[in-house]
Ligand binder design. Structure first.
Ligand code: NOJ
Length: 537
């Protein structure tokens, strides 16, 4: 698995990326909403964490129907987050600290309040009519059976022009027509705007949705007759990849930029589609999220399978990435904790995340063990939660304010926050964990320091010695003369691993306390123990 990588340091490969949900990170102007000045205020925290890039959730002007994934002006900062001056200040501060800024770019749809859509819906012959996807009725009904990812038909009737428009998400998020050359060019100019400003890359929202079937065929029913329809014709069309390749060409005219794509295709673990978007490894996306670990039960063998599949299917020049959670899913701390021992499992999972061959993405608050917060109906903000309550309470539970301290409002704000803070903030917070040697935060910091200091971890080859037998994962990372061995005990009981060939390994880090600092012949692992070892002569 994976050749030794001799390239020099490449931020998006070797560094750790922090996924920062701006609305919930830190509120500087005390309106209950996180903002850019709030990030600036807490920037030292990010520097100390050792991360090398920040992915900002969307901060563009937006009516916030889908909290920024409905953009009304791609070149403006939403006033609730600050101003363009604030953004420039943040960018300069980040760059001065060797940290890159990755913007969230939504290419599939705009807000229905975007001037392009306002024009497009004005009349059938408006020059921008074809910038969105409009269709006549078919047999008096919707043009296709396509479903919105958020439920219901993906078509919305427009009374004034007597046609339907397509929306793969909310009806307030009409889909753009990427087959239209003018739209294509206009959109690339929006992206160029940010590149010229100096941003370092983009996380591409639902990038596999952007082009639809040219013939607008109905999606087939899933075989065993479930009510939902497969999205065969409404996403993953080959032409989406062509656009990604064009975008890559644009980025390559600048220096050191990066594209990471969200390609969410159930069933998890089926990464063939995802991998397509990486092209030959150097001419499409730089990175694509692999969500498969997120959907695995706590089982070393199953985790191994995910990693093996990902590694074996990647094009030679491509590079993996790993993630445990994001703003659409449950907090990893809760998910891993099914069957208890949350704290221990969180540590094992984070060692895996940060020491595998590939780029780790940390979701804000994961480093202090933030948990899902149950949101009462009256506090629900997510449109999905509003629509599906009580069957699904939405995604707010993993978007609650960052827990900075035990002060009022968790140090996030001095007023009530836009979403309720998790009730455990007085005990789970940065301030408490900052100076505690055994805290989860100290653990994350140490792991990131190790990754930053040992090229074997950031650059090295990957070879599994323990593939999950007896609930243990063990793998080496090798770069030139440096050899690192990582062993992770997924069990609630001790395990012993034998070391072949009279090798000696020095413990660089362990989740548990040990008197013995070197291991020979065998390694003894306590329950849920994770160790990082360095080979010594
Ligand atoms: C994926 C984003 O992660 C999610 O938050 C958003 O609702 C949809 N795309 C629509 O943009």
């Amino acid at each position: 698995m994976g050749e030794v990588n001799k390239e020099d340091y490449i931020w998006w490969k070797h560094g750790v990326v922090y996924h920062l949900y701006v609305r919930s990170f830190n509120d500087n102007n005390n309106d209950g909403i996180g903002d850019l000045q709030g990030i600036i205020q807490r920037f030292d925290y990010l520097v100390q964490l050792g991360i090398k890039a920040i992915w900002l959730s969307p901060i563009y002007a937006s009516p916030m129907k889908d909290y920024g994934y409905d953009i009304v002006n791609y070149r403006a900062i939403d006033p609730s987050y600050g101003t363009m001056e604030d953004f420039k200040e943040l960018l300069a501060l980040a760059h001065a600290n060797g940290i890159k800024i990755v913007m969230d770019m939504v290419m599939n749809h705009t807000s229905n309040e975007h001037p392009w859509f306002v024009e497009s819906s004005a009349s059938l012959d408006n020059p921008k009519r074809d910038w969105y996807i409009w269709k006549n009725k078919r047999n008096g009904k919707v043009p296709t059976n396509w479903r919105s990812a958020f439920g219901g038909s993906a078509w919305e009737w427009d009374e004034s022009t007597q046609q339907y428009y397509l929306h793969s998400f909310l009806k307030d998020q009409p889909d753009l027509n990427w087959r239209n050359k003018d739209l294509h060019n206009a959109f690339f100019e929006e992206i160029r705007f940010w590149l010229d400003l100096g941003v370092d890359g983009f996380r591409l929202d639902v990038i596999n949705y952007i082009v639809k079937d040219e013939k607008f065929r109905d999606n087939p029913f899933i075989k065993w007759g479930r009510p939902t329809k497969d999205r065969l014709y409404s996403r993953n069309r080959g032409s989406s990849i062509k656009i990604v390749r064009k975008l890559r060409q644009l980025l390559d005219t600048y220096e050191d930029k990066m594209l990471v794509g969200e390609i969410y295709t159930p069933p998890p673990g089926n990464n063939a589609t995802v991998i397509n978007y990486l092209g030959e490894g150097d001419n499409a996306l730089h990175l694509a999220f692999d969500f498969s670990l997120i959907f695995r039960f706590w089982n070393a063998k199953k985790y191994y399978k995910c990693i093996e599949t990902w590694e074996n299917n990647l094009p030679e020049k491509a590079w993996p990435s790993y993630v445990l959670s994001n703003h659409d899913l449950l907090r990893s701390y809760n998910r891993l904790g099914i069957g208890r021992n949350k704290a221990e499992k969180a540590r094992i999972a984070s060692i895996l995340l940060i020491t595998l061959r590939g780029t780790p993405f940390i979701y804000y608050g994961e480093e202090i063990g933030m948990q899902n917060q149950k949101i009462r109906r009256k506090h629900i903000k997510d449109p999905l939660g509003k629509k599906y309550w009580p069957f699904f309470s939405g995604r707010d539970k993993s978007r609650t304010p960052m827990q900075w301290s035990a002060e009022d409002y968790g140090g996030f704000s001095s007023v009530k926050s836009w979403l309720p803070i998790n009730r455990n903030f007085y005990r789970v917070n940065v301030e408490v964990q900052e100076n505690e040697r055994n805290s989860l935060l100290s653990h994350y910091r140490t792991l990131i320091i190790l990754r930053n200091n040992y090229k074997a971890i950031s650059h090295g080859s990957l070879n599994f010695l323990q593939q999950g037998e007896n609930g243990v994962l063990g793998y080496t990372r090798i770069y030139e003369e440096q050899e690192i061995y990582i062993v992770l005990n997924f069990n609630n009981s001790k395990r012993t691993i034998s070391i072949p060939n009279d090798e000696s390994w020095q413990i660089l880090y362990t989740t548990h306390l040990h008197e013995e600092k070197t291991c020979q012949d065998f390694i003894e692992l306590d329950k849920y123990e994770g160790m990082i070892l360095l080979k010594i002569e």
